[in-house]
Structure formats: structure tokens, C-alpha cells
Design a protein around this ligand. Structure first.
Ligand code: FES
Ligand SMILES: [Fe+2]
Length: 362
């Protein structure tokens, strides 16, 4: 291979800062109906997603292994996807080629040895999750179970929200865990105002591949929490976890009432990520009211990140400060550790050596 070619290939495989070998939500379950094929992109991989007539969701690379035309232009009969160009057919669930119409009895080609790119796929909590294995790698022997929203009973309300952010997933994630933007970005009559900024002390502890904001009574300056406390008379506890690659879970409990949410920031392309948010609760809170509050929050974050991406185009030097940016520092350290562990096979120590108390004003 010529050197320049090797260099180019090296650049093509350049590290885009994505974490492979994890489950990511690709789209909402309701986006695939009947024999409709849907498309999505995860970690810059184009996907075609469908559901077989017996109800199994599947995800293939949206490119025919013959000449690369997106398979999503083809037809799906409930079991196999037929390419729109030369009619090769692939089993949806395995990606295996089952027919090449141009072959005659003279041909010796082993059709069953041809596969379309294919990824493990499962539905959970109204999402189609896809397990993104590194390019060229086979799916891991042991694929972990799909992430799931915690629920504490069978009767609850739930809602989904999503929003695109025009930035690299790392910026999406550190934005998600950033405590200091609240009083500036999320000023709302129903939540809090800038004047309510005050000093906070939060306890964190290490958990596998992440960290936990230890159960605590949430900030006294936010009205909804005050209301909850009045309703049950019981203490309100909140546990917030962040776990690699991209997941924040929050569980609020008081007496028999609970609220649970799962937020993921999913890399779509190097310059685009998406927040998916699902919440379930049995607190007396109408879905529509909750949605309009949550939408306002997301919109505020989105607008800020659109503005931020303007500045980031110039590749400015950035900084992370203590203590407000400490969670962001942990995230980068956890991520670097994981990449190193996978490269060497040697475990790395957690970036936190034990419980830590952080202080900031927000
Ligand atoms: S490109 Fe798909 S069958 Fe030829
Ligand atoms: Fe925010």
C-alpha cells in the first residue's frame, strides 16, 4: 500500500472520540411500523432499522455489501431486505445474504457467506437500542443487557423527549453534568431565578464506570421539590448517577411517590449529538405539564449549545475549573481509562479514590 494511501486510511479511522461497544438509542420504537424501514445514524454509522413480522427489531449498516447503495431504498417483506439495485436479499436479523437473483446454476458463489453489516438490536422503554461494535470488530461474545429506566411499580405516567445538539458528544455530556449553568441558562418563573444562587455542598462517590451524587435532599431553592415535600411529609431523596458511555439516571423518592428519569447523549456524527430523555413517575403530575416544563429546559440547553458551537468552530482553548467542573474532569478521566483498559487489557484505577464532597454556587 502506498504511504499516502496508508496515511489517508489512518486519517479516515482517526479517533473521533466515540466509545464503541455500548448500547445507544437509535430511534423511537414508534418510528418503525409494519414493514417500514427507518434510518438512523450512530457514531457516524448509517443504519437501516426495521422490525420483522414476528416482532424482532433489527439494525443493519445502511449500505449494500455489493455496491454500497443504502439498503433503506430497498424493500422489506417482514423477514428479508431486498436491495433496490440488483435485488440481493438479506435476512434482517442476521444480515446474511439469502438470494442473489443474477446467479445461474453454473455459479459457485456461496451466497450464505455474504453478510450485510449488522448490529445487535433490542427494544426497551420505547427506544430501539443498537449495540455499536467498533468498525470491523465482531460483536462481543457477551453483550451487556440493554439499559433500562428504573420503575418502582406498575402504575405510572411516562414521557419521552429528545433534542439535537450541534456539538461533539463530549460537549453534550459535560453540559449535561454541569451544575453551574443552572442559574443563568434555566431562569424560569417556575423553577428559580438568578438571585437564588447560593452555595452548595454535594457528596459524590465512585461507581463502576461512573460516579454517583449520593442520595440527598435536593436544593431548597426549587419550587417543585418544596411541593413534593409538603405533599408526603416524608423526606425527599435524590440519587443521580452518571455512567459511561453517556447515561445519567435520576431517581427521586419520597414516601410511596417516585420519579425516575434516564437521559442519554448519543453521538450521531462528530459534530452532532442527541439528548434522549425518558421519565416515569407516580407523583401527581400531569404529563402535559411535565412535558412543557421539560421542553423549556431542553430548549434552553439547546439554544445555549447552538451558541457555544459557534464559538467552538474556532477551536478555542478551553478550561475546566474546580469544583464545578470536577464531574466533567471525572468523565474525561473515566473515558480515557476505559480506552486504555480496552487497549491493554489491564484494569485502571477509578479516577476518584473514594467519596468526595464538592462545593459550588448555583
Ligand atoms: S448494490 Fe445491492 S444488490 Fe447490488
Ligand atoms: Fe441544562
Amino acid at each position: 500500500m502506498a504511504e499516502s494511501e496508508a496515511l489517508q486510511q489512518g486519517n479516515a479511522a482517526a479517533d473521533l472520540g466515540f466509545l464503541w461497544d455500548f448500547w445507544y438509542p437509535a430511534l423511537r420504537s414508534e418510528e418503525i411500523r409494519g414493514k417500514r424501514l427507518a434510518t438512523a445514524m450512530l457514531l457516524e454509522v448509517p443504519l437501516v432499522i426495521g422490525r420483522t413480522s414476528d416482532g424482532r427489531a433489527f439494525a443493519m449498516r445502511d449500505a449494500c455489501p455489493h455496491r454500497g447503495i443504502p439498503l433503506s431504498y430497498g424493500r422489506f417483506d417482514g423477514t428479508t431486505v431486498e436491495c433496490s439495485y440488483h435485488g440481493w436479499r438479506f435476512d434482517g436479523c442476521s444480515g446474511q445474504c439469502v438470494e442473489i437473483p443474477s446467479l445461474t446454476s453454473q455459479d459457485k458463489l456461496k451466497v450464505e457467506r455474504i453478510f450485510a453489516g449488522h448490529y445487535p438490536c433490542e427494544e426497551r422503554d420505547g427506544y430501539v437500542w443498537v449495540y455499536m461494535t467498533a468498525p470491523g470488530a465482531l460483536p462481543a461474545e457477551k453483550i451487556p443487557t440493554v439499559p433500562e429506566l428504573a420503575k418502582f411499580g406498575t402504575r405510572y405516567k411516562k414521557t419521552h423527549l429528545f433534542c439535537d445538539l450541534p456539538s461533539h458528544v463530549d460537549h453534550g455530556i459535560i453540559g449535561l453534568m454541569d451544575p453551574a449553568h443552572g442559574p443563568f441558562v434555566h431562569q424560569s418563573w417556575f423553577w428559580r431565578n438568578r438571585g437564588s444562587i447560593h452555595e452548595k455542598e454535594k457528596k459524590f462517590e465512585p461507581i463502576p464506570k461512573g460516579f454517583r451524587m449520593s442520595p440527598h435532599s435536593p436544593s431548597t431553592n426549587s419550587a417543585p421539590y418544596q411541593l413534593l415535600k409538603k405533599m408526603t411529609g416524608a423526606p425527599v431523596t435524590t440519587t443521580i448517577d452518571f455512567v459511561l458511555p453517556n447515561m445519567r439516571t435520576e431517581i427521586i423518592q419520597t414516601g410511596k411517590l417516585w420519579f425516575s428519569s434516564l437521559t442519554t447523549i448519543t453521538p450521531v456524527r462528530r459534530d452532532l449529538c442527541r439528548i434522549d430523555f425518558i421519565a416515569a413517575w407516580n407523583v401527581p403530575l400531569p404529563v402535559l405539564i411535565f412535558r412543557s416544563f421539560a421542553k423549556t429546559f431542553l430548549r434552553q440547553d439547546q439554544e445555549t449549545m447552538i451558541q457555544q458551537s459557534e464559538g467552538l468552530k474556532q477551536n478555542p482553548k478551553l478550561m475546566l475549573i474546580d469544583d464545578a467542573d470536577r464531574p466533567a474532569k471525572w468523565y474525561f478521566a473515566l473515558k480515557a481509562n476505559l480506552i486504555e483498559e480496552r487497549r491493554t487489557g489491564q484494569p485502571k484505577p477509578h479516577p476518584m479514590d473514594g467519596p468526595v464532597t464538592l462545593h459550588w454556587k448555583s
